[in-house]
Design a protein around this ligand. Structure first.
Ligand code: SAH
Length: 364
């Protein structure tokens, strides 16, 4: 039975499911979930991410992490955690660059949070194989949890939060009703819950939404951001979250999207086959970071963040050592920071302990 048929059978048996539950099953089902079964990245896959575009992305982030560690007096036993490491490219570039600070690497523990066995395998090959990073103490966990709360936490998440499930509520004459997935003539379709959600589920700022307006929220994302911020505040460290999303208060529209072979698709058409994600609500993550007790910097655009930490200078340096690749380096830089490319749509957000004065890249 296809995943779509299994979801339909579940709905027949139990009634409509939330958009969040649909997303979770589509992406993470152990047998047929999108991430459980494939490597979605690169030209032959469904989408390409910043670390896959250029090594410069990971190098700049590696320097940023080492700088944040140095700013905090080089704490002993740091732990470097990456959420959703994909092919392991970003982590490989970070670790290679962090060699500028042997003391950081000396007692570093690396933990990769990855639910997909296929991608865990790819990461292990990248980081431990013949070209891997020798000596780093690397382990895997399926999810972020409290066991990561006992050391200074240096955390990076690129294109991870967009994969976390969202719930959606639509404003109607009878109140805010949750958007559900149900079946109609053997198809999966959206439908509204007949009973409105409790008033308290909807922020007061949404009162002015028009009928048909949508409140989209990711409780999984905000809870995780708050947990991370609490550890950073208590134990030291720094967290950097980069993703596509909106930085200001959310609009009244929904952002769930499916992508297949680098093209947009119908979100309900092929669960488990297409990537499903939603824009990240950075204002909500920033608030969650403050609730966790961290100082929060950003969100600012990815373009501004990378420019502030010197990506243009790095590109220049690489061009001098390798003039033949000058054109590729310019193209990659433009893809990462150009306004009509990833530079504006993608945002960066940082958490640091409140005792720290600031953090590189987020100058006011
Ligand atoms: N950061 C990488 C990959 C982004 S794709 C890059 O920039 O190239 C999203 C990654 O998050 C994949 O590795 C996917 O398997 C993982 N992932 C998605 N949802 C997850 C979840 N709920 N728990 C753990 N890992 C998850």
């Amino acid at each position: 039975m296809s995943l779509r048929a299994r979801i339909a059978a579940l709905i027949e048996a139990q009634g409509p499911m939330s958009v969040a539950q649909f997303m979770t099953i589509s992406l993470l089902d152990p047998q047929e979930g999108y991430y459980a079964t494939r490597d979605p990245l690169g030209a032959g896959g469904d989408f390409t991410t910043a670390p896959e575009i250029s090594q410069m992305f990971g190098e700049m982030i590696g320097l940023w992490l080492v700088q944040a560690w140095a700013d905090q007096g080089c704490p002993k036993n740091p732990r470097l955690v990456e959420l959703g490491p994909g092919r392991g490219t970003l982590m490989a570039d970070i670790l290679r660059t962090a060699a500028v600070a042997p003391e950081f690497l000396a007692d570093l523990e690396v933990v990769l949070i990855e639910s997909s066995p296929v991608l865990q395998q790819a990461q292990a090959e990248k980081l431990r194989g013949p070209n891997g990073v020798i000596g780093a103490d690397i382990s895997w966990q399926n999810q972020f949890d409290d066991s990561l709360g006992d050391r200074p936490l240096f955390l990076v998440a690129n294109e991870f939060f967009d994969a976390l499930p969202v719930r959606q509520y639509v404003k109607t004459e009878r109140g805010w009703c949750e958007r559900m997935v149900t079946t109609l003539n053997d198809e999966l379709v959206f439908a509204l819950a007949p009973v409105p959600a409790p008033r308290a589920a909807i922020p007061t700022s949404f009162e002015k939404a028009p009928d048909g307006g949508v409140y989209e929220t990711s409780p999984a994302a905000t809870a995780l951001a708050e947990d991370i911020a609490r550890i950073v505040a208590n134990k030291g460290g720094a967290a950097l979250i980069i993703d596509y999303g909106y930085g200001e208060a959310a609009g009244f529209s929904e952002t769930l999207q499916a992508v297949s072979g680098h093209r947009f698709a119908d979100a309900l058409a092929a669960p488990g086959e297409d990537d499903i994600s939603a824009h990240v609500d950075f204002a909500a993550l920033a608030q969650a970071g403050k609730r966790g007790g961290s100082s929060v910097f950003g969100p600012i655009t990815q373009g501004m963040f990378l420019a502030n930490i010197g990506i243009a200078e790095r590109a220049e340096q690489l061009m001098q050592t390798n003039p033949a690749s000058a054109r590729d380096l310019l193209t990659a830089t433009e893809r990462l920071i150009g306004n009509d490319q990833m530079g504006t749509l993608f945002k960066a957000l940082a958490f640091v302990p409140p005792v720290v004065d600031g953090v590189a890249g987020f100058a006011p």
